[in-house]
Design a protein around this ligand. Structure first.
Ligand code: THG
Length: 368
C-alpha cells in the first residue's frame, strides 16, 4: 500500500525549513495550523529509537506564535487562561490551558513572556489568532495582536545539550526548564528555551525571520555531524509514553482542563480575570478524565477515530484517543478519556479497536 499524501496547495503553508526537511527525506506530513508538520522520516519506530539515543532537529514551525503586545497584553492573555500569570518572570515559559467562557479547552499552548507588555502564545492546532483579535476588538483593549514571522526549531534528544553547547555556548545550556535566553544568530536576536514536545530534553529556538531558516539548519547539522544529528519530528510513540497531550486528539473544546488532567494549572481563586472562571468553578469535579492505559493483543492498527471503551457488562466507559505500539515497553501505550467509575489504576476494560476487541488496563502513571 502506498502512503497517502497531502495534495500540494499553498493553503497548507510551507515553512522556512521545508526545503531542508525534504532534502532529509521526509516521508509523511500532517497539517497543523494550516501548515506542514513532518511526521515520519525513516519510520516512526526508527525515528523513535534515534530520538531516544542521539539528537534531532525538528521543524516545528507549526507551533505558530500569536504575539500580544501593549499595555493590556497581560489582561488579554489572562482572560483566556485559568493559570495565574501574575508571578510569571520575564524569561519564563508557561504551559497553559486556554478556555472559552464555558470552560471548554480551545488550545494548550506554551506561553512565552518577553516583557511585562509582550507575550508569545505558542499554539497547538486551533485558530487562536482570530479569538484573540475578537476579544481585543470586542473589549476595546489596548494591544496589538498578530502572527510574527517566528518559526520554532526544536533540538531534542539526549545529545541536544552537547549540540546546543557547541552552537550557542555553555551559558545557553545552563538555561533552566521552561526558561528562555536571548541569542544572536545570523545577526538577529532570537530566544531559545529549554522546552520541547518530547521527554528526552532539549531546546526550542524561535527562529526570528524566515530568511534565516536554512542557514541555522545548516549550522546545526555541521556542528552535530559526529553526534549523528538527524532531521526528526514529534514522535507519537515517545510522546504517548511520556504523557504529552495532543490538542484535537486527546482533548477538544468539549473537555475542561480538569478532564484533561490539567487541573494543576487552574488557579480559580486568583486567576479571576479568566472569562471561564465562573464556569470552571462549577466544573471542578470531572466525571471523566485522561488516563494512561495499556492495550493488549499485539501491535494496534493506527488510530484515526476515537476507539470506544467498554466495561465488563459492555457499557460505555470512555474512549481511547491516542494509541501505538511501543518497542521499548513491548506493549501498546495509549491515552484515554475514562469515566470516573472505571478510572482507578488497575481497572480492566475492553476497547473496540478497528481490528478486534482487546483487553485494556488503566495505569497509575505514564511510562516515563
Ligand atoms: N513547544 C512550543 N509550542 C508548542 C508545543 C511545544 N505548541 C504546541 C504544543 N507543543 C502545545 N502543547 C504542549 C503540551 C505539553 C507541553 C508543551 C506543549 C509540555 N508539557 C510538560 C509536561 O506535561 O510534562 C511540561 C509542563 C510544565 O510542567 O509546565 O512540555 O512543545 N514552543
Amino acid at each position: 500500500m502506498s502512503l497517502p499524501f497531502l495534495t500540494a496547495s499553498s493553503r497548507i503553508r510551507r515553512t522556512p525549513f521545508s526545503r531542508r526537511v525534504e532534502a532529509a527525506g521526509v516521508k509523511g506530513y500532517t497539517c497543523y495550523n494550516h501548515m506542514h508538520l513532518p511526521t515520519i522520516f525513516r519510520s516512526v519506530e526508527e525515528d523513535y529509537a534515534h530520538l531516544k539515543s542521539a539528537v534531532q532537529v525538528w521543524d516545528v514551525s507549526v507551533e505558530r506564535q500569536v504575539e500580544i503586545t501593549g499595555p493590556d497584553a497581560l489582561k488579554l492573555v489572562q482572560m483566556t487562561t485559568p493559570r495565574d500569570l501574575r508571578r510569571m518572570a520575564d524569561d519564563q515559559c508557561f504551559y497553559i490551558p486556554i478556555v472559552d467562557h464555558r470552560g471548554g479547552m480551545l488550545n494548550d499552548p506554551v506561553l512565552n513572556k518577553l516583557a511585562d507588555d509582550r507575550f508569545w502564545v505558542s499554539l497547538s492546532d486551533s485558530d487562536m489568532l482570530y479569538y484573540y483579535m475578537g476579544l481585543s476588538n470586542g473589549f476595546g483593549l489596548n494591544v496589538e495582536v498578530f502572527e510574527p514571522d517566528v518559526s520554532p526549531l526544536a533540538i531534542q534528544g539526549p545529545k541536544a545539550d552537547e549540540l546546543v553547547r557547541r552552537v550557542f555556548g555553555s551559558d545557553v545550556v545552563d538555561t533552566r526548564f521552561f526558561r528562555h535566553k536571548t541569542v544572536t544568530v545570523e545577526g538577529e536576536e532570537m530566544i531559545i528555551a529549554r522546552s520541547g514536545w518530547s521527554l528526552q530534553g532539549g531546546f526550542e529556538l524561535y527562529v526570528n525571520g524566515s530568511e534565516h531558516g536554512e542557514a541555522i539548519w545548516d549550522v546545526l547539522f555541521e556542528a552535530g555531524a559526529d553526534l549523528d544529528v538527524r532531521a526528526g519530528c514529534p514522535n507519537s510513540i515517545e510522546r504517548i509514553e511520556g504523557g504529552l497531550l495532543s490538542y484535537g486528539n486527546d482533548m477538544t473544546m468539549d473537555h475542561t482542563p480538569f478532564e484533561a488532567g490539567l487541573g494543576k494549572f487552574c488557579h480559580l481563586e486568583t486567576a479571576t480575570g479568566c472569562l471561564g472562571n465562573a464556569a470552571l468553578r462549577k466544573r471542578q469535579d470531572p466525571v471523566r478524565q485522561i488516563r494512561p492505559i495499556e492495550i493488549d493483543g499485539g501491535k494496534v492498527p493506527s488510530l484515526n477515530t476515537l476507539w470506544p471503551l467498554k466495561d465488563n457488562s459492555g457499557d460505555p466507559a470512555g474512549h481511547v484517543s491516542s494509541a501505538i505500539w511501543s518497542p521499548d515497553f513491548q506493549t501498546n501505550v495509549a491515552i484515554a478519556m475514562v469515566h470516573k467509575a472505571h478510572w482507578a489504576p488497575g481497572t480492566e476494560l475492553t476497547v473496540d479497536a478497528p481490528d478486534k476487541s482487546r483487553s485494556v488496563r488503566v495505569r497509575d502513571k505514564f511510562w516515563i
